[in-house]
Design a protein around this ligand. Structure first.
Ligand code: C5P
Length: 222
């Protein structure tokens, strides 16, 4: 059986979450969605009426919020101060504000501490995010950076949301690009592959193909 830590980083729309969940299930590993934690922090900011661009206000709200996420690959548990926000964190309002909230260093420090504690409790775990291989778990057993061509990512996200109107798909592509640019250019923990990450390009692969590749890499890493 696989024991250790697998990091899965990359931009949005690469199919990262479904790949991470499926790989964790096949490897009998726990699963941690760190994006869900930044999204939950964003719910706390919005509910407090704070401006997501006001770093000091964001830091104050997030320091006081209790953020809980589950680590089972087959169920999604996300709570803010005891309230279930699993559905709300996927909404457009949260998606629009999350990059600004996650660029605040105090927010990152707090959530990274929590991520490391959750990971330490598991013998085997798949952790997905943007900075897991570079910052959160620099000594992970296996690091994967998942990429895909921008058009493929927009198409995939559109299919996920049930959108087919070309104008809406184009708007989605613009939003993906905006979020990736924000995430890649922020000063604290920007999105980039770790020096020792295996780059997996999912443009030409279906989900099963990517999961097979991850599981294969995991089995040969131990
Ligand atoms: O993966 P997901 O799209 O849910 O992530 C939402 C946002 O959370 C990202 O666009 C990024 O701004 C932030 N994030 C981050 N670091 C992580 C995971 C997510 O900054 N490890």
């Amino acid at each position: 059986d696989f024991r250790g830590q697998i990091t899965l980083d990359g931009p949005s729309g690469t199919g990262k979450s479904s790949v991470a969940r499926a790989a964790a299930t096949r490897l009998g590993a726990a699963y941690l969605d760190t994006g869900a934690m930044y999204r939950a922090a964003t719910v706390a900011v919005l509910d407090a009426g704070a401006d997501p661009e006001d770093a000091a206000a964001v830091a104050t709200v997030v320091a006081a919020a209790r953020i809980e996420v589950g680590t089972a690959a087959d169920t999604e548990v996300v709570r803010v101060d005891g309230v279930d926000v699993a559905v709300r964190i996927r909404g457009a309002e949260v998606t629009r504000a999350v990059s600004a909230v996650s660029a605040v260093p105090a927010v990152r420090r707090r959530l990274v501490d929590q991520q490391r504690a959750l990971v330490a409790a598991a013998d085997a775990v798949v952790v997905e995010g943007r900075d897991i291989g570079t910052v959160v778990l620099p000594d992970a057993t296996l690091k994967i950076y998942l990429t895909a061509a921008p058009e493929a990512r927009a198409q995939r996200r559109a299919a996920q949301l049930g959108i087919s109107d070309p104008a809406e798909v184009a708007a989605l592509a613009v939003d993906l690009r905006r979020r990736d640019q924000y995430d890649s250019s922020r000063a604290d923990s920007p999105l980039r592959p770790a020096a020792d990450a295996v780059i997996v390009d999912s443009t030409e692969l279906d989900r099963e193909g990517v999961v097979d590749r991850v599981v294969e890499l995991a089995r040969s890493a131990v």
